[in-house]
Ligand binder design. Structure first.
Ligand code: 5GP
Length: 117
């Protein structure tokens, strides 16, 4: 079990200490635009529950995140008119995770590998 560090930027977004461009929120989850988007429309989905990786997240938190993931990915696909959407989720710094609060990436993919719509 990894101890949760509430100094991370997503915890600060959840507490209101840091700003974000939110696109969806419910009792258990928040979705917002990535500050350094890999492609147009890159969006993140996070649980409100303090969990660093998949392995600390409760079943209820994971269920809430996957429901929000589908809702927001559907809206992103429609809004950005992208033919494909990559979903990514990294666990641990060696896997490339940089923010230690569980998150899904929703990354639109465009024709010819373009990063723009
Ligand atoms: P990771 O590498 O941990 O899977 O992804 C972390 C993501 O969070 C990156 O895509 C990065 O651009 C994004 N990110 C980091 N800091 C901030 C921030 O302050 N605000 C927002 N909206 N996204 C952030």
């Amino acid at each position: 079990m990894v101890p949760y560090n509430s100094e991370n930027i997503f915890a600060k977004i959840l507490s209101g200490e840091a700003n974000c461009i939110a696109v969806y929120e419910d009792e258990f989850t928040l979705a917002f635009m990535d500050i350094m988007p890999q492609t147009d429309g890159h969006t993140l989905v996070i649980p409100k529950e303090p969990a660093e990786t998949l392995f600390e997240l409760s079943e209820e938190g994971l269920g809430a995140c996957t429901r929000t993931l589908k809702t927001v990915a559907t809206a992103v696909q429609s809004a950005f008119e992208c033919p494909g959407v990559m979903i990514a989720q990294l666990n641990g710094s060696v896997a490339g995770q940089t923010v230690p609060h569980f998150h899904f990436h929703i990354i639109p993919r465009y024709a010819d590998g373009s990063s723009v719509r």
